[in-house]
Design a binder for this molecule. Sequence first.
Ligand code: HEC
Ligand code: HEC
Length: 271
Amino acid sequence: MPFSWAPMWRFRKPLPLKHVMLYGGVLAYLVCSWPVWALATATPRHDESLSRGKALYEKACLLCHGRTGEGNGPDAFYLGAYSAPRPQDFTGAEFKFRSTASGELPTDADLFQTITKGIPGFMPAFRGLSEADRWDIVRYIQSFATVNQETASTPILLPPGPLPATPESIARGQEVYTLLDCAKCHGPQATKPGGLYAQGKLRDRRDLPILPLDLRHLSSFKNGHRPQEIAQSILTGLDGTPMASFRETLSAQPEDIWHLVNYLISLSRSP
Ligand code: HEC
Ligand code: HEC
């Protein structure tokens, strides 16, 4: 005899109302809660990158930069107890090592470079991390920002150069150093910190006394000591410190930046 469902339905008693309500309720709950569950368990690529960045940050950066990225990790105070620099505060908008104009945020690539190169004397280089890891960390530290990041910053253009370090170029560089009064902070011929430092007038944005960099030691340049890197530091300025941007001042004779750079490099080579 062929199989038929009919007898089953014929002898079934109608379901009691309370069962209908119970099963209906469970079904309605499952249907309604599905979108919430689906959203909660969905992990877009960006979130994966952020959570990897967070895990790496907590191992490699937290001690100095702090859990909330404000530069107040357990070690931060001891790095700069009574003087600058303290570890960077990632919630703010002032960064020192940028390819962008003064007052602008660094580009993603600038942050990637800082993590890769480290900061001589203050922060280790993280070349040992894979590139993907370093990009995940960049995403994570950007997530601390409380400032508007919607307008993407663009790097400034360096004037054509560098120029050959001829004796004439170095001599012109020395002239520019005097004309722009770099000496008031870096000292005449960059021999010792200039007058403003001696008077205690040089402070960073946390109001901590800050030492102008000793320009006779190229390897201590925090932003790197290739000609392009030195030119960038002088043209964009180190935001949050008294080292301002000289881009406007040098705009009348843009090639002077390369003479100045040649002069600074020559200081390290002279005995
Ligand atoms: C040993 C402490 C230490 C560790 C570890 C450390 N930093 Fe730093 N970091 C510093 C200090 C100090 C500064 C400020 C240096 C200065 O302003 O001259 C700084 C500055 C920075 C800056 C800002 C540079 C600028 O343009 O102003 C970035 C970005 C940065 N650190 C990222 C990181 C990341 C990411 C990690 C982990 C992978 C990390 N740091 C680990 C001490 C540390
Ligand atoms: C008002 C004071 C002041 C003046 C003027 C000044 N500087 Fe600086 N400069 C500083 C301070 C302070 C630092 C150190 C900032 C830091 O370590 O965060 C610095 C750092 C630097 C650095 C190091 C960048 C790096 O990678 O670490 C260079 C290069 C430099 N100055 C060149 C110059 C030149 C060239 C001039 C003149 C055109 C000049 N500075 C004028 C205060 C000044």
